[in-house]
Design a binder for this molecule. Structure first.
Ligand SMILES: NCc1[nH]cc(CCC(=O)O)c1CC(=O)O
Length: 311
């Protein structure tokens, strides 16, 4: 029997999404034996300094050790949250497959009487660590106190049980994949809080080159073309801005009636400004649509907002 080793981080979410991937792969390849191997990353070991790593331009702190394991052949396929994967691939590796995306939206979870963003009282304390969420939330509701909240999903839910926060914001996808959908109080629509590029999608990364064709084929069996077109547009937008997952940048693509609509936002961290733009086109031109949208917001001054958030 052929064995394929699938590597991932050890968090609850990383394991849940990897088990889901392996179950899907097993349906397609019943005669292959899939093993899961967990790998700890700099992001896992060093949470406190995430922001300083991002400032130094270290975009890959969730993925570096996992990519090393791929290159060393300790694993054959890596499973990543797509939004944590840098837009540039290292030599010798490729994204072989993008499975069907789940809900891309952010969600609110609140204390009693704090279950809807629009109904939160003046000055309510909202926890998130993402500069994107901070920027867009402050623009939508300047009165809110948006405060830092770090850690994995379990840590953040535990923090809400304490006194420091009235509500917290998380990605729907993380809660759905860890069977905590019932904890969601409100799905926040993209016209209020535009999701991160690639949010809700996974990436299966493999070694590239003809000697890896078999593994690439195994991974590709669960590829979803519509998700790929959407996230390609979103990630080209992010790449066109020279930004990574720690930037105050949102992007969300949808496909309706054969037309791809890409929305992109860049915000000031203090909420004083949000540059918003939309671009549409044929899904086959997803990469160009993303690049065009990046050029559009850059002419509107997006670079200064991105630089300011990192200084
Ligand atoms: N940066 C952490 C991270 N990476 C992926 C997810 C959620 C799952 C996803 O978006 O696919 C999360 C947690 C969060 O943002 O709440």
């Amino acid at each position: 029997m052929r064995t394929v080793t699938v590597g991932t981080r050890g968090s609850t979410l990383a394991l849940a999404q990897t088990r889901w991937v392996v179950a899907r792969l097993k349906e397609e390849w019943p005669d292959t034996d899939f093993r899961i191997q967990t790998i700890s990353t700099k992001g896992d070991r060093n949470r406190g300094s995430l922001e300083s790593m991002a400032q130094k331009g270290d975009k890959g702190f969730w993925v570096k050790e996992i990519e090393d394991a791929l290159l060393d052949k300790r694993i054959d396929i890596a499973v990543h949250s797509l939004k944590d994967l840098p837009t540039e691939q290292p030599d010798g590796l490729e994204v072989a497959s993008i499975p069907k995306r789940v809900d891309a939206r952010d969600v609110l979870i609140g204390k009693e009487g704090m279950k809807r963003l629009s109904d939160l009282p003046q000055g309510a304390r909202v926890g998130t660590s993402s500069v994107r969420r901070k920027a867009f939330l402050r623009a939508f509701r300047p009165d809110l106190q948006v405060i830092d909240l770090r850690g994995n999903i379990d840590t953040r839910l535990a923090a809400l049980a304490g006194d420091e926060y009235d509500a917290i914001i998380l990605a729907a996808a993380g809660l759905i994949r860890t069977e905590m959908r019932h904890r969601i109080d409100e799905f926040i629509e993209p016209d209020i809080l535009l999701p991160a590029p690639g949010q809700g999608a996974l990436a299966l990364e493999t070694r590239s080159g003809p000697e890896n064709d078999l593994t690439i084929e195994v991974a590709y069996a669960i590829h979803d073309h519509t998700t790929d077109d959407r996230i390609t547009a979103e990630r080209e937008f992010l790449a066109g801005l020279g930004a990574g997952c720690m930037a105050p940048v949102g992007a969300h693509a949808s496909i309706k009636g054969g037309v791809l609509t890409l929305e992109g936002w860049v915000g000031a961290l203090d909420g004083s400004q949000v540059i918003r733009a939309t671009s549409i086109g044929d899904p086959s031109e997803c990469a160009d649509i993303g690049a065009e949208l990046a050029a559009d917001v850059l002419t509107q001054g997006a670079q200064a907002l991105i630089d300011a958030a990192h200084s």
